[in-house]
Ligand binder design. Structure first.
Ligand SMILES: [Mg+2]
Length: 365
């Protein structure tokens, strides 16, 4: 492999990490001043210590770190109040959201981890509650509903256990619709799509290498998500984060067609193809027959950096709305916020309560 082949992955890693630090730094109010972003980004570019850059980014993505440090001269409470003004609670603004949806078909997109299930130490134990499952089931009765996740399709279907939903696993690279769709329009297509199928053997190879290379780091957990690999560092001592990122990057040098990104307490390795949760949202809208439809209101709820691609698609379309799940101020393209999965459940329950009388009235006509 030539050195040239290594450059794109390195460049992507540096840019991703730099953007993450600049956008998530707890040291400044949100969003950070442009002058700060410019200065800090250039410092990172020339820092040379890329491992340090990644570790800083990993710290910045940790809610506990964000909570601990306030902005310089700005109390944490004031930061939160200013942020919530810009991204109000979707529960508080529920009526306003519903009046904006009048005459439009709501289509629901839900992330899984940290949105429908709490973030837990063992990713294999990220179960959703029965109450949440019931809420999602009821929402799917009235609205087309999709789960969009970094998890592999099989695992998230197993966790959610509802056959009537659309699922987009592996950050949207593995999409599957229900066997008997309820809400499809006449021009809807059958939903089954794997844009990165050719990468499957490569992902399997990198998964095995990462398992081997990271086994000396206590607490590291490597997960094969079929079209991407996750390295969870939630249970890794912070002192070992540098060693872990070094191990991951040493493996990735052999895989120039894969890139490294970061989510909440997780490093993610995925194909370099231009496909993300935002593209998955657009694909699903098109498949459902809403490609050029003005009377559709997509609602996307997620908690992670990877969900920002979907929030951005909605902003750019000027259609629908993004809801970020976060207890702490974060730079985001979402319009509204919810604090935690229990609030997501409350929002879903209210959505059904709002829709049910309308449907009953229609059935009497
Ligand atoms: Mg999530």
């Amino acid at each position: 492999m030539t050195k040239q082949n290594v450059v794109p992955a390195e460049a992507v890693a540096a840019i991703t990490a730099a953007a993450a630090v600049a956008s998530s730094s707890p040291l400044y109010p949100y969003p950070p001043p442009r002058s700060f972003q410019k200065k800090y980004l250039s410092q990172l570019d020339f820092a040379g210590g890329r491992i340090g850059t990644w570790v800083e980014s990993m710290k910045a993505s940790s809610p506990t770190h964000t909570k601990a440090v306030g902005a310089i001269g700005v109390p944490v409470d004031e930061q939160s109040a200013a942020w919530i003004m810009r991204h109000p609670s979707a529960l508080t603004k529920f009526e306003q959201i519903m009046s904006a949806s009048k005459g439009k078909q709501i289509v629901m997109f839900l992330d899984y981890d940290g949105t429908l299930s709490p973030i837990v130490e063992d990713p294999d134990s990220a179960f959703m509650t029965d109450a949440m499952r019931a809420a999602v089931r009821n929402v799917a009765r009235y609205f087309p509903t999709a789960i969009v996740t970094g998890r592999c399709l099989e695992k998230v279907i197993d966790f959610v256990g509802l056959t009537e939903l659309y699922y987009a696993g592996s950050h949207g690279m593995d999409i599957k619709g229900p066997a008997k769709p309820r809400h499809t329009k006449a021009k809807a297509k059958s939903v089954l799509f794997q844009p990165a199928r050719e990468f499957l053997p490569m992902i399997d190879g990198v998964y095995r290498s990462l398992l081997e290379r990271t086994k000396s780091t206590a607490g590291a957990k490597v997960e094969n998500n079929k079209f991407c690999v996750s390295v969870h560092f939630r249970c890794v001592d912070e002192k070992s984060w540098g060693a872990l990122i070094e191990q991951v990057r040493s493996v990735l040098k052999e895989y120039p067609k894969l890139r490294l990104t970061q989510g909440r307490k997780v490093l993610e390795i995925r194909p370099t193809i231009k496909w993300d949760k935002g593209k998955a949202l657009e694909f699903l809208l098109e498949s459902l027959g809403f490609a050029d439809c003005k009377d559709v209101m997509p609602v996307y709820i997620g908690d992670d950096r990877t969900d920002e691609d979907a929030f951005k698609v909605l902003r750019d379309r000027g259609q629908g709305l993004g809801i970020l799940v976060s207890k702490f101020p974060k730079e985001t393209n979402a319009t509204y916020s919810l604090q935690e999965p229990t609030e997501v459940k409350d929002f879903l329950v209210r959505l059904v309560e709002w829709k049910r009388p309308t449907m009953k009235a229609l059935s009497k006509v």
